[in-house]
Design a protein around this ligand. Structure first.
Ligand code: AP5
Length: 219
């Protein structure tokens, strides 16, 4: 498939919708950086930086990190050289305040979003995916105990590290994250629909089929 011309993208969807899984391969195909706010925040927590110390308690409770912290973090990231020809934002924005801050940051850079992909998946499937997810603490690769097993159980195919369950993937925290998503992100979806940027993709199909649908939506 030829490379779509759209390269300033946002992947939107509830926790477990497959944003990270799809973003990793699609960013690679498009030759743009995959900018995941969840990954940046987890790296800050691991490094015990001031941002990480602040973000930690929100993330573990399944709450959103305050808008001003995340907005600043993303605005800085987007000015880095590798974002000049595009980027794929995974997990940002997720509130209307963040959406407006992103628009402002892009205006300053004299550019704008090309498209927003929104993944739809049933609640039951989201819970199955998140509670069964295993993640690599070293390289960030994601697996699933049933649907995406590593070659050797419990070991990352990419870097050989021992896989772990994310602290926010317990059933109780997952239910809270889904509630937060419904509450905080509905207005943002309407905002992008109003700007004619929103493209909905069914996220409950096989990983390869979802990827095909995303690339089709970007044509
Ligand atoms: P973040 O890491 O962004 O978490 P999330 O949005 O809750 O999304 P996930 O990473 O859980 O899910 P995903 O959609 O990427 O699914 P994945 O591909 O992994 O954020 C974590 C926390 O950081 C937040 O709770 C918040 O505290 C903070 N934060 C981050 N951004 C923020 C922001 N902008 N503002 C404020 N706070 C912020 O897939 C899940 C599982 O399903 C995997 O096991 C995968 O293998 C499997 N899977 C994927 N696709 C399929 C498929 N098609 N079929 C079967 N299985 C599949």
């Amino acid at each position: 498939m030829s490379s779509p011309g759209k390269t300033r993208l946002v992947f939107l969807g509830p926790p477990g919708a497959g944003k990270g899984t799809q973003a990793a391969s699609i960013a690679d195909k498009l030759g743009v950086p995959h900018v995941s706010t969840g990954d940046i925040l987890r790296a800050a927590v691991k490094a015990d930086s001031p941002l990480g110390r602040e973000a930690h308690r929100y993330m573990n409770a399944g709450q959103l990190v305050p808008d001003e912290l995340v907005n600043r973090m993303v605005a800085e990231r987007l000015t880095q050289a590798d974002c000049t020809n595009g980027f794929l934002l995974d997990g940002f924005p997720r509130t209307l305040v963040q959406g407006r801050a992103l628009e402002e940051a892009l205006n300053k850079m004299k550019t704008a979003l090309d498209a927003v992909i929104s993944f739809d998946v049933s609640r039951q499937e989201l819970i199955r995916r998140l509670t069964g997810r295993r993640a690599c603490p070293e390289c960030g690769a994601n697996y699933h105990v049933e649907s995406l097993k590593p070659k050797i159980e419990g070991i990352c195919d990419r870097c050989g590290a021992k896989l772990v369950q994310r602290a926010d993937d317990s059933l109780e925290t997952v239910e809270n994250r889904l509630e937060v998503y419904q509450r905080e992100t509905a207005d943002l979806i309407d905002y992008y629909r109003g700007q004619n940027l929103l493209k909905k993709v069914p996220g409950d199909l096989a990983i390869e089929e979802v990827q095909r649908r995303v690339l089709e939506a970007l044509e």
